[in-house]
Structure formats: structure tokens, C-alpha cells
Ligand binder design. Structure first.
Ligand code: G3H
Ligand code: ZN
Length: 284
């Protein structure tokens, strides 16, 4: 069933023990189908998120991919939410609302903290008026837009308190050591900082760049208070590797259904695995 993002996040944050809700990036229909299938197999709530970059790849068209995700969510036997990821323009946020998404991430993290706060507060006022929840980011999670993760760019807990109060965001993306787009899994997180941020603010904390985090550290991050676990690269790596392997072994195949199925199955396995790791399995 279609569910609002904020309901899924609040339930996960207030539950004891806590669990993490996976927010998985959709590139095409195979991704979306596989994510919902994996979540259903584990009886887990899940968030389908579409990024501004993915919409660019879809030739600027947000509506068709979101409509497809919406249909999958409505037909699903587990709660599925629709979220716009890493939006940098108001126009895109408006289109997301019109298409039926329940939440947006407005990403002004490349600006100074002061400007980020100002821009995000304006967007939050609009989002709440439109019935959407909004995620803001404070600090620098590298690997996007030429930014790199550095100790000085990590989210400062007192600054997080001020940012949440001034902007009114419903969820906070935090810089705690992860970096977008990593193909290796490492122990990168500052767990004490997650503790401090969890203590500092009363909104769900979001981890971006989860692909680069080792399994044991990701589980610990959720235990310490990360509620929304954004994951993309690992899905794409599994999808592409499975298709590459299949095509290497079947050089004469031309039907996309043959290899598309293989790629989809690879994503299902990652989703199932991560649902168990974050404790989301069995929560729907
Ligand atoms: O917003 C999306 C995520 O932060 C994904 O990061 O591709 O490193 O898993 P990742
Ligand atoms: Zn991200």
C-alpha cells in the first residue's frame, strides 16, 4: 500500500528496538519492481526514491517514473513511500508533489550553512503547505557535485539543533563519515557523532552514501539512531554485474527480458539482505 514517508520514519524511530527504513534509488522500472518484491519478501516497509539525477537521465520526465512507482506502491502488500531525492530546485519539488510523492529532500548542502538554512526554511514552509514532509541536509556528504567528505564537514550537533529549529525540516540528513558512490564497504562512520545527533534533535536522521559502509557498521548506525538508510550504488553494482555476467555467458541473447530478469533478481537479493540488516524485516 502507498504510505507517507513520515509515517514510516516515525514508526521506525520510535520503535524499540529501533530499525532503519531503506530508501532505495530507482533508475528504471526494473529497479522499482525489484525493490518492492524484495521488501514484500521480507515483510518490510520501504521507500522508493527518485533523485534529480535519475530524472535527468529519464530525459527530465519525473511523471512517468513516479507514476510507475506509485502503481507498484498501491499494489504492494507492504507500505511503500515515494520520495524525491537530492532536489535542488523548487520546480522539481512542485512536480513531485503533483505526481503524488509524499516527501522531498531539498538539498542545499553545497551552500553555506546560513544560506542552506534560509533556502531550506523557505522550501519547508511550502512543502508543509502542500502536505509534504521535507528532509534537509546539514554538513557535507561527499561524492556528489565535486564535494568530498572531510572531518571539518561533518554535522555538528549544536548546529543541527539550530538548523532543525530554524528550517522546520521533518528529517535530517547528517554528515557522519559516509560518502556517495563508493564501491567498497568500509568502517567509515563516526558512531559517537550519531549518538550525539540522535540526542540533539527529535527528527529522523538520514544516512546518505550507505553503499560505502560495512554491514556491521551500518547495523550499528541504525542501532545508534539512523532511521532512513539511503542506498543506491550497491543496487546498481549488483544489477550491472549480474547482467554483465549473463551477457558474457550468452553472447547471442538480444531480448532485454532475458537479462533484465537477471538484473532484477540481483537487486531483490540486496534488498532482502539490507532489510534484515537494518531490522526492517518483519515490520510490515
Ligand atoms: O541519496 C542517495 C544515497 O545517498 C545513495 O548513496 O549510492 O552511496 O548508496 P550510495
Ligand atoms: Zn544521497
Amino acid at each position: 500500500m502507498l504510505a507517507p514517508t513520515q509515517d514510516l520514519l516515525r514508526a521506525a524511530m520510535t520503535s524499540r528496538p529501533r530499525y532503519g527504513v531503506l530508501a532505495l534509488n530507482v533508475i528504471g522500472l526494473e529497479h522499482a519492481e525489484a525493490i518492492v518484491q524484495g521488501a514484500e519478501a521480507e515483510r518490510a516497509p520501504v521507500i522508493l526514491q527518485v533523485s534529480e539525477n535519475a530524472i535527468r537521465y529519464r530525459m527530465g520526465a519525473l511523471e512517468p517514473i513516479v507514476a510507475a512507482c506509485r502503481e507498484l506502491a498501491v499494489a504492494s502488500s507492504v507500505p511503500v513511500a515515494l520520495h524525491l531525492d537530492h532536489a535542488t530546485t523548487h520546480d522539481l519539488c512542485v512536480r513531485a508533489a503533483e505526481a503524488g510523492m509524499s516527501s522531498i529532500m531539498f538539498d542545499a548542502s553545497a551552500a553555506s550553512d546560513q544560506r542552506n538554512t534560509k533556502l531550506t526554511a523557505i522550501e519547508a514552509r511550502w512543502a508543509h503547505g502542500a502536505g509534504l514532509s521535507i528532509e534537509g541536509e546539514l554538513g557535507i556528504v561527499g561524492g556528489k557535485g565535486g564535494l568530498v567528505t572531510v572531518p571539518g564537514g561533518l554535522t555538528d550537533p549544536p548546529a543541527a539543533i539550530a538548523y532543525v529549529a530554524a528550517t522546520g525540516v521533518d528529517a535530517l540528513a547528517v554528515a557522519v563519515g559516509s560518502e556517495h558512490g563508493m564501491t567498497q564497504r568500509l568502517d567509515l562512520l563516526d558512531l559517537d557523532r550519531i549518538d550525539a545527533l540522535r540526542e540533539a534533535v527529535d527528527v529522523p536522521l538520514v544516512l546518505h552514501g550507505s553503499s560505502g559502509i560495512s554491514d556491521h557498521m551500518l547495523a550499528e548506525a541504525v542501532r545508534r539512531g539512523i532511521t532512513k538508510v539511503n542506498l543506491a550504488t550497491q543496487l546498481n553494482m549488483a544489477f550491472t554485474a549480474a547482467i554483465r555476467h549473463y551477457l558474457d555467458d550468452h553472447e547471442t541473447v538480444t531480448d532485454p527480458r532475458r537479462y533484465g530478469e537477471v538484473g532484477r533478481a540481483a537487486i531483490v537479493e540486496i534488498v532482502r539482505d539490507k532489510c534484515r540488516l537494518t531490522g526492517a524485516a518483519g515490520r510490515a
